[in-house]
Design a protein around this ligand. Structure first.
Ligand code: HAM
Length: 429
């Protein structure tokens, strides 16, 4: 019987696990320096939690089951409902603003394809308790800083920003009736994957004439730079709510994010809980699925039984990010821990001392590996030391009987004799 991993999942052998750790370390480092605290929740939740507001987009992608007490449960497809539940439960006790990050693995029963799997890791950055545009800009800044940290610049990834209320008003001004606005959002959200003639047909079904369909199409095909907000106003043909966007525009430029961001009214996001600003991170080649996405969800905490509390955040998955770093050659050639010492023995006395020497080094806090090979060929053993990128080879040779070893610096090739009781200090120095 040949057992395969389930469709859309990954096994992480040491090389892949080292890459995964590399991303998680960067996510954590950047989150912490922007002042976010780490949290986590259960990997499964009650099914109802996702039914409340996540929208059919998520619910139809759930892996769900009944427990022995016949309760409906689902493996987490995203973290935002868990976060909203956690904040709602302790809202009054939490210091404000709440600035949290987490890096959960999530499962969605979607069709596996490039950039989309059934199990993936997702970095979440969320800020609650701040209604102003500073919070929107601050969370976007964290995403941009992460990309910069990994060698990705604004030429390669852009933050496409929009505002749900602005889009709603544009749609209303075009003649989309209130009860069809959500259908129009769905159409906009899927536009990139919809052939133009199908888009036009569906837009007409919303009650739009040919001229309005053209304007609808134009509205979501044009991007505007930060600072070009007046042009956006003109194109959109509305003014209300644009005050929100104007304030965000200023915050983005104050945070130094103008190069990273563009306005694109075609972005509305599939999840139902977003209320104001929405954004997605896209690779500029256009070849990849969204790298990340988020926005304001000012009503969710209240909906989950907490007080009224504004909130903004985003999620960024590891799959598109890894594809991007691989394609651009931005992953370091060697990832993973480097041993301080690789200990080898080439004499009988050395063989007897090998476990003790390795153990002493490890208990002294050094990363030490050893050879398990029964050979006296020092050249062969040194190759193994180099292969694992050890800084030093410790060779237990003829000196072992007199309590010393040869220490070889594998970068410079220099070799010296060191007393075994001074070995840890020497390797640490
Ligand atoms: P989302 O747009 O569903 O938003 O997911 C955000 C990111 O997670 C995507 O852009 C993508 O990088 C990654 N992602 C989503 N689905 C998959 C998949 N099947 N395979 C691989 N990667 C995937 C949310 O999840 C919101 N809860 C984010 C958020 C946090 N909003 C506010 N705070």
């Amino acid at each position: 019987m040949k057992l395969q991993p389930p469709k859309g999942t990954r096994d992480f052998y040491p090389d892949q696990m080292a890459r995964r750790r590399y991303l998680h370390d960067a996510w954590r480092r950047v989150s912490v320096r922007h002042g976010f605290d780490e949290v986590d929740g259960p990997i499964f939740e009650s099914l109802d939690l996702y039914k409340v507001k996540s929208g059919d987009g998520i619910v139809s992608e759930l892996f769900h089951f009944q427990d022995r007490g016949d309760r409906g449960l689902a493996i987490r497809p995203e973290f935002t409902p868990t976060l909203a539940r956690m904040v709602a439960a302790k809202a009054n006790a939490l210091p404000k603003p709440v600035k949290w990050f987490c890096t959960p693995n999530l499962c969605r029963a979607e069709k596996p394809q490039r950039g989309r799997l059934r199990e993936f890791d997702q970095w979440n950055i969320d800020m609650l308790g701040e209604a102003g545009p500073i919070a929107d800009a601050e969370v976007i800044a964290v995403a941009c800083d992460l990309l910069r940290e990994l060698g990705v610049g604004p030429g390669l990834v852009q933050v496409k920003l929009s505002h749900r209320e602005v889009v709603r008003q544009v749609l209303t001004s075009l003649g989309v009736p209130d009860d069809k606005i959500n259908d129009a959002f769905t159409l906009l959200d899927g536009k990139a994957k919809t052939p133009p003639e199908v888009f036009a047909e569906k837009a007409k079904a919303l009650g739009l004439g040919d001229e309005q369909v053209k304007r609808f199409d134009a509205m979501c095909s044009q991007a505007y730079a930060v600072g070009e907000i007046d042009k956006l106003c003109q194109a959109a043909g509305i003014d209300d709510k644009l005050e929100d966007l104007r304030a965000i525009d200023k915050a983005l430029s104050d945070f130094g994010l103008s190069d990273w961001c563009v306005y694109d009214l075609g972005i509305v996001r599939g999840l139902a809980y977003y209320t104001g600003t929405v954004f997605e991170l896209h690779v500029t080649t256009g070849k990849e699925r969204a790298l990340g996405g988020g926005g304001r969800y000012d009503k969710l905490i209240e909906l989950f039984g907490g007080p009224a509390m504004p909130a903004v955040g985003f999620g960024m998955g590891d799959v598109v990010l890894t594809n991007l770093l691989e394609d651009e050659g931005l992953l370091p050639e060697h990832i993973g821990p480097r041993p301080d010492a690789y200990v080898i023995s080439v004499t009988d006395t050395g063989d007897a001392q090998l476990p003790g020497v390795v153990s002493t080094l490890r208990f002294a806090g050094l990363h030490a590996r050893m050879s398990y090979k029964q050979t006296r060929k020092v050249g062969k053993l040194l190759k193994d030391a180099e292969a694992c990128r050890a800084r030093y080879a410790v060779i237990l040779d003829d000196q072992a009987a007199s309590g010393a070893a040869s220490v070889k610096d594998l970068a410079s090739g220099r070799q010296e004799s060191v007393a075994l009781d001074k070995l840890a200090d020497r390797l640490r120095g």
